[in-house]
Ligand binder design. Structure first.
Ligand code: ZN
Length: 386
C-alpha cells in the first residue's frame, strides 16, 4: 500500500478541445512544433490550426517535420539543434506517440549537452543525470495509443545498435495535454485498432505489475473496460463519436497507469523485436506475443487475471484463463489474431530477442509480478512466432 502518486500534467479532454490552445496560458513565446514525416497533420489541417491558435495566443512557431513512426536518435538531435538555433522556449508535440515522444526528447536535448544516449538507462546508454530541466512540453494527441500525453515516457531507437528504449523522468511530463477526440476520429480504423491494443496493454501490464497500487488499479480496470466495450463499436460504426471518446479516455487513463504503476516485460520483448525491425508496428508486435505472454502469468497472478477478465466483459469470471479467452475473442473480432511476426522480418531466433529485451529494458522485467527467465521469454516468443 506504499506508493507515490505524481502526475503533474494538466489534461484538457473532450471533443473540440483543440480550441483551448488559443486561450490556455503558454509557457513561452517561441514554439517548436514537432510532427511526423507523414502527410496527415497537414492534410487534415491540424498543423495550420495549431500554428494559428498559437499565434492568437501570442506565440510564433517553427516546424520540425521529420519524425518516423519509430523515432530515431538522429532526428531528436536535429530537432534539438533547430530549437536552439531558433531560440524556441517550449516544444509542442502534435500527432501520435512518436511525435510527442520525440518532442519530449527534443525538449530535453535542446538544453542539455551531449547525445540523447548519454542520458538513456539500459543497453548502451550512459545513464547520466539530466542537468538542466527540459523546455516545457505541450502534447496534442491525434491518436489513441501510447498514452504519452499523460506520462513522462519517450521511446527512441538508436539506429546504430537497434536499441529501442523508453526514457523519462519528472521533467518530461507535458505541462498540459490536449486530447480532442474529433482529431483522433480521423485515424483509419486499422491503425486505431493497433493503437487501442497498445493502450489496453499499458493498463493490463500496469495492473499485474508489482508496482500496481489502488489508484492505478482503478484507472487500469476502467481503461480495460473501455477498450473491450468501445473498440468493437468503432468497428461496427467508425462514425460513433461516443465510442471514439471512450477509446481516447481509455488511452489517456492507460498513460496515467504507466506513470504511477509501470509497464512490464511485454513491452521490453516488443521493443526488442521492433528495435531491430522498425517496420513492425508497436501495437502489432504486442498483439503477436500477448496470448503467450498473459498465459504465462495466468496462474502466477490468478486473482488479478480474474479481475481483468471481469473488466473485459466476462462479469462472472472465476478462472484466470477467462481473460485469455476474452483477449483472444477481441483480437479475432478486430481481425488481428493472425499477425505473422515473420511478415515483419522478425527472425525465428527467440533467444536473440529474449537476450536483447533484458539488455535494453531490465527495469520492465523487475516490474513483472513473477520473475521471467531468459528461457521463459524465449518460449513466449517461440509460441508467438509464425
Ligand atoms: Zn506501448
Amino acid at each position: 500500500m506504499n506508493f507515490d502518486y505524481f502526475m503533474p500534467t494538466k489534461l484538457i479532454f473532450g471533443a473540440g478541445s483543440l480550441q483551448r490552445l488559443g486561450t490556455e496560458p503558454l509557457p513561452g513565446k517561441h514554439a517548436l512544433i514537432v510532427i511526423s514525416s507523414g502527410k496527415s497533420m497537414r492534410k487534415y489541417g491540424y498543423l495550420d490550426r495549431v500554428i494559428k491558435l498559437l499565434r492568437q495566443n501570442g506565440a510564433d512557431s517553427v516546424v520540425f517535420d521529420k519524425i518516423l513512426p519509430n523515432p530515431i536518435d538522429r532526428h531528436v538531435m536535429e530537432g534539438a539543434a533547430l530549437a536552439r538555433e531558433r531560440h524556441c522556449d517550449f516544444v509542442v508535440g502534435l500527432g501520435g506517440g512518436s511525435s510527442i515522444d520525440s518532442a519530449k526528447c527534443i525538449a530535453m536535448m535542446s538544453v542539455n549537452e551531449g547525445e540523447l544516449w548519454d542520458y538513456i538507462s539500459g543497453g548502451s546508454g550512459k545513464a547520466r543525470p539530466v542537468k538542466n530541466q527540459p523546455l516545457p512540453i505541450i502534447a496534442i494527441t491525434t491518436t489513441a495509443g501510447t498514452g504519452t500525453e499523460a506520462d513522462p515516457w519517450a521511446v527512441t531507437t538508436r539506429t546504430k545498435t537497434g536499441e529501442k528504449i523508453g526514457f523519462g523522468f519528472g521533467g518530461t511530463f507535458p505541462l498540459f495535454s490536449i486530447i480532442d477526440s474529433e482529431l483522433i476520429q480521423t485515424v483509419p480504423v486499422n491503425l486505431a485498432i493497433f493503437q487501442a491494443f497498445d493502450a489496453l496493454f499499458h493498463s493490463t501490464e500496469g495492473y499485474i505489475a508489482k508496482t500496481a497500487n489502488p489508484i492505478s488499479d482503478l484507472l487500469a480496470l476502467k481503461a480495460v473496460e473501455g477498450v473491450f466495450t468501445y473498440l468493437p463499436k468503432i468497428l461496427l460504426d467508425p462514425g460513433d463519436k461516443e465510442a471514439w471518446s471512450y477509446i481516447a479516455l481509455s488511452n489517456t487513463l492507460s498513460g496515467i497507469v504507466e506513470s504511477i504503476s509501470s509497464c512490464t516485460s511485454e513491452h521490453a520483448i516488443e521493443h526488442a523485436m521492433s528495435g531491430y525491425h522498425p517496420e513492425l508496428t508497436h501495437g502489432a508486435g504486442l498483439i503477436a506475443i500477448s496470448l503467450a505472454y498473459y498465459s504465462f502469468f495466468a496462474n502466477k497472478v490468478p486473482q488479478r487475471m480474474i479481475q481483468l477478465a471481469r473488466a473485459a466483459g466476462k462479469t462472472d469470471a472465476r478462472n484466470p484463463q477467462d481473460f485469455i479467452h476474452a483477449l483472444a475473442e477481441l483480437e479475432q473480432r478486430c481481425g488481428v489474431n493472425e499477425i505473422r511476426l515473420s511478415d515483419y522480418g522478425v527472425e525465428n531466433d527467440p533467444s536473440k530477442y529474449a537476450a536483447h529485451a533484458r539488455h535494453i529494458m531490465p527495469g520492465l522485467f523487475s516490474a513483472d509480478p513473477y520473475p521471467l527467465t531468459e528461457g521463459d521469454v524465449a518460449e513466449i516468443i517461440r509460441k508467438s512466432y509464425c
